[in-house]
Design a protein around this ligand. Structure first.
Ligand code: 13P
Length: 252
């Protein structure tokens, strides 16, 4: 079973307009494999530059966040319709920083994932355990719970439109990356949960990335693992040459 390889660049709250434009000018002139999905997730303010530079480039982009209502009196929020106007086709849901810092609940993650699908976006659903949960032997329970909660009420057709990212929280931005086997184990736990819910054949078609201190020099090792289909990358996606090298190393 060959699954689509996916490499996401989650810029988090980094890069203003000039940095975004510099990145894009370099990135679009770099040879990047077309044998995978490459998706940039800049802050909202960079999305119009993505639209300007990435049209017809084969590189996708999306939003790190959005609000769970269609429109109205929600000061400071951005809707999916607004993101669609900017040409976004992907969104992140359930990122650990949204869950931990902004207290997004499992229910909200499920609602936002559902909404994103209904609006025709490809959600990349993020899940992952904390260091304490890992130390307490609760990784399996946590991942199983997060996947089930995010998929509440979803049909087979819906779930086939999703991509997942297993991001152990202790490996995010810390430079402490998970070992290849730890990453494989986490991604496999996600796939096993999908298989329990929808059957193995559906689970085998869904791309699942690993995220957490992924770098140009360690992506190949992760990609050599049976269940890992790509990377969700923070720090190493901020420089065009790092990220293009990472993607090209990942599809080798
Ligand atoms: P780092 O690659 O900086 O560890 O970030 C991972 C991440 O959270 C991507 O969503």
């Amino acid at each position: 079973m060959t699954r689509r390889k996916v490499f996401g660049g989650n810029w988090k709250m980094n890069h203003g307009l000039s940095e975004t434009e510099n990145f894009l000018q370099e990135f679009i002139n770099t040879k990047i494999s077309s044998d995978c999905d490459v998706v940039l997730f800049p802050p909202f303010t960079g999305l119009h530059l993505m639209q300007k530079y990435l049209k017809a480039s084969g590189i996708s982009y999306g939003a790190q966040n959005f609000h769970c209502e269609e429109k109205g009196a929600y000061t400071g929020e951005v809707s999916l319709a607004m993101l669609k106007e900017l040409g976004c086709t992907w969104v992140l849901t359930g990122h650990s920083e949204r869950r931990e810092i902004f207290k997004e609940s499992d229910e909200l993650v499920a609602k936002k994932t559902r909404m994103a699908l209904d609006h025709g976006f490809t959600p990349m659903v993020c899940i992952g355990e904390t260091l304490d949960e890992r130390k307490a032997g609760k990784t399996k329970e946590k991942l199983n719970h997060q996947v089930r909660a995010a998929l509440f009420g979803m049909s087979e057709t819906d779930v086939l439109k999703l991509t997942f990212a297993y991001e152990p929280i202790w490996a995010i931005g810390t430079g402490v990356n998970a070992s290849q086997s730890d990453a494989q184990e986490g991604v496999k736990l996600v796939r096993d949960t999908l298989a329990n819910l929808y059957g193995q054949s559906i689970a085998n078609q869904i791309s699942i990335c690993y995220g957490g201190s992924v770098k140009p020099n360690n992506i190949e090792g992760y990609m050599s693992q049976a269940d890992i289909d790509g990377g969700l990358v923070g720090g190493a996606s901020l420089k065009a040459d790092d990220f293009s090298t990472l993607v090209n190393n990942g599809v080798k």
